[in-house]
Design a binder for this molecule. Structure first.
Ligand SMILES: [Zn+2]
Length: 192
């Protein structure tokens, strides 16, 4: 059985366990089970940079089919920020806020390998479902733990503690319950 990710333990109730997977339901310490969901977004400047990157990439791709071939163009570096995925929740009753997922910190790649985006960078956050049924029940499905000895081999036994091990999942899915009572996946990511 894989452990419940450390950062979720205060707001997670285990509802299903598989051989290499688990599902938790979010429940606030106040007892409320409905949350507002927030996800990271971009500043105007970041958006403009990402647009420029896409345009340049498109132009380079198109130019490959020209004859004679134009001078070799170099694709600009993609903005690391484009790979950031961060979700947080706020309890609909008491307002208690918690970090749900940040791929710089959680999942195998974030927790063990690390990412290019500086940990201090705080992206602007926007509310999901702000217009319709904003307070929802949320569950998180985690799968693909790694064996403790494999983690110790990679990071050194000192670093390979239970807390880190609990964040070494390789896939996460965030699901919210809609008006029809069904859970729908609103985000999924392979994390290692
Ligand atoms: Zn609460």
């Amino acid at each position: 059985m894989i452990p419940v990710p450390y950062h979720l333990q205060e707001i997670a109730e285990l509802t299903a366990v598989g051989e290499d997977s688990l599902t938790v339901q979010l429940v606030c310490p106040c007892g409320c089970g409905r949350f507002l969901l927030f996800e990271n977004t971009y500043t105007e400047q970041e958006r403009a940079q990402m647009r420029l990157f896409r345009q340049t990439a498109d132009e380079i791709l198109r130019s490959r089919y020209l004859y004679p071939a134009p001078e070799e163009s170099v694709l600009p570096d993609a903005l690391p920020i484009a790979g950031l995925h961060r979700f947080s929740v706020r309890c609909a009753d008491c307002g208690n806020a918690a970090l749900l997922y940040d791929n710089r910190l959680h999942g195998y790649d974030g927790a063990v390998i690390g990412r290019e985006i500086p940990p201090a960078y705080q992206p602007p956050m926007k509310q999901r479902f702000a217009g319709r049924l904003p307070a929802r029940q949320i569950r998180v499905c985690i799968s693909g733990g790694i064996p403790a000895d494999a983690l110790a081999d990679f990071t050194g036994a000192e670093a390979a503690n239970l807390r880190l091990l609990s964040e070494c999942f390789t896939e996460i899915r965030i699901q919210t319950r809609g008006e029809n009572g069904r859970y729908r996946t609103v985000f999924s990511e392979e994390t290692g």
